[in-house]
Each structure stands twice: as structure tokens, then as C-alpha cells.
Design a protein. Sequence first.
Length: 445
Amino acid sequence: MTVAEVLASEANDITIVDHNTEHLRALQDHLDIRTVLGQASHPDVLRKAGAEDADLVLAVTNSDETNMIACQVAYTLFRTPTKIARVRSVEYLNHPELFCQEALPVDVLISPEQLVTDSIQRLIETPGALQVLDFADGRVRLVAVKAFYGGPLVGHQLREMPQRMPGIDTRVAAVFRHGRAIVPEGDTVIEADDEVFFIAAAEHIHAVMGELRKLDKPVRRVILAGGGNIGRRLARGLESNYNVKLIEHNIDGARALSEVLDKTIVLQGDAADEDLLREENIDTTDVFCAVTNDDQINILSAMLAKRMGARKVMSLINRSAYVDLVQSGIIDIAISPQQTTISSLLAHVRRGDVVVAHSLRRGAAEAIEAVAHGDSRTSKVVGRAVEQIKLPPGTTIDAIVRGEEVIIAHHDTRIEAGDHVILFLIDKKHVTDVEKVFQVGVTFL
């Protein structure tokens, strides 16, 4: 799902600027949007697109320079309130002082490669997780796991969790069974192969995972396929704590990588070469992660690595049509850069004070962190217990962060002004209703 699809599906007034007529025609054929043909950073093109009245300019072309200049023009000529730019080059990102109102007025920087790198690193650090999402600056984590036959909680009701884990507070936010959402209740019984989303303070994640499934062995050996931006960043982030090997096809690229990486073993070759994988002991590898810029190479090399004995395989897949196709099969985790990027954008288009938003299950579900403002007169949430708050169907309040304290939400937990409230929406179509709940009015009484 593209950014345009997500924004258009939420009744936003969208105008797309592109210099490719075919791209614009294809978008217009299936989305309710306006299109403008032209160079995205040109003042007259931005004016034609409606920049004078726009709430937000989102510059995500393939050119860092075009994106930055588009934000500059939007600020200088049109005083657009929020300006978001995709910037890939590390040379720019290494100088955050560039991005301020006095220099380049970009309010939010998006680096897809860094977002994907962080996401993969969290998965490697949390063996057994299908997804790991951070809230409240990493103090709270929402983790998706698949419940396995023989797992301690399988066959038991959710209300038994507190007895099984004294001293550890957690909450199951959602259960997906055969692709269908189940709103978790106290008498919900976890079955093998359920996809379970649970929320807990970051330090309790491993303990809770041990209840849902036999804990996977810690990761020690990692093989990365592809030495581009993501592969290089991943290797640099992992090499201090893991035994990392990186396979790069291009000989000059491999040589350059070997000079900038300290402990990573850089191998020049084809990631889908059976002999190379065998020589590098793929059968004793804990994680094989394919992050080249070619979806087919990523899929084939990951499938081969799994067949040859790698314990867990991940594949970076850009084409959304492939993602669902492969994840239910041999490949353990399909990583979609679009989904990761969309999550980083959502918080900036949400109404109300939403500080974090994560798109889940290919955009069908969502988890958000909203800040409660006002008092019992002006807010629908402040001063009320969780059970008193009218939420849309399939929406749950799962955790609250109050200062440094993490509070797992129960029916009688009361919300105070300034609380960061973490909610799970099984159906994203209700997100507008949730935004309204957190908006402050003159008075609600």
C-alpha cells in the first residue's frame, strides 16, 4: 500500500505532483485524488497543486535535493505548516543542523533505509517475534508472536496470565486466527498458530514471550545478503554483538564495505549460490536476512537459505503484492519498506495529539500513542477509567505511560492529563473516531 493510498483512504484532500504522466494516470484510475504534472520543487507547480492552502507537504521523490528544495519553497513562498522530506543520503543525515527553519525548513525527516534497518535490528534482538514496535521512546513495546504447539499459554485462557507471571504486567492487545481478528477477552483461549499481539514494558518482553512460545535460542550468527545502504547500516549496527557475514555481489562494493566495517566478514559473491552458502555454514546460521535492491533475489536467496538449514530467514520485499504471498510460506518474515515508511508518516497526519502510529497487518490494523490533554470538562478521556471511555468496536486501550512509569491498562485504570495512551485498533477505519475521543473541546459536559 502506497502513502497516497493510505492518505486517500482516510478522506484526506490529496494532490499528487509527478513528472511522469503514466504514474499519475495509474494513480488517478484507482484513487480519488488530484494530480499535477511537473517538477515537484518548482514554485508554479506547487502553487498549481494548492500549496497556498495545504496543511502538509510530503516530498518523497527519488531525489533528496528535490525533496529538500520543495520543502524550502513551500515554507518560503506558501508558509505551509508541516513539511516532511524523504532524505536517503547519509551525507545529509549526518548533519541534522541543516534541517531547521533558518537553513532547510524540514519539520520531519524520513530515511526509509534507517527505518528498515532499525526494524530488522529489533527483530534480530527479539528472537521469535514477527513484529516489534516501540512506543514512548522505547519504554513500551508491542510485539507480535506466533503461538506454537506446546507453548505454555496455548490452550489456556488469557485471564490466567497474571498467575503464570507474577510481578510482570502485560496485556494481549489483539489475536489474529486464520487471518481473522479476535477481540481478546478474559475467557479467550490461545490456540496454536494464533498471531498474538501483546504489550509490555520493554524489560518484560522476553519473559512474556516465554509464556506464549518456547523461547528461541539467542541469535549469534547472522548472514546478510546485499551491501547497499540497508546492508551496510545493519552490519554496522549488529557487528559488535553478533557474528556477522555480509555477501555483496559487486566486487568494488565488497572491497569498499570491507574497509568501512570493523568486525563483519565481507564475502564477494552471489547470495543465491548454494556452494557459497554451504561453505559459510548456512545450516548453523541463526538469521539469514536478504536486503538487496532486487525482490526476486531476496526471495530466492532466503528460500534457499531456509531449505539449507538457516533457522530464521527474512526478506526485504518492495512489491506489496509479493509480501503476503511469501510470508505464509518458507520465508519467516517479509519486510515491507512501504509499511515501515507509512508508519513513520501516520503520526503527522493524525488529528489530535498522536505522537506515534504504527500500521499493522498490511495497513488493516493500527496501533497509536496519543497524548491525553485537558481536564474532565474538556476531555472525553481525562479523569475517566478505561471502562468509562467510549471507544469504537475492536479498539482497546492497552498501556499508559505517565512520566517514566509504564502502566498496563486495566478496566479501572484512570487516565490523567499528560498521559501517553497506547491503543490498538483491529480495524483502521475507526481511527477518525479515536482521534475525536482525544481531541479537546471547549466543554463536553
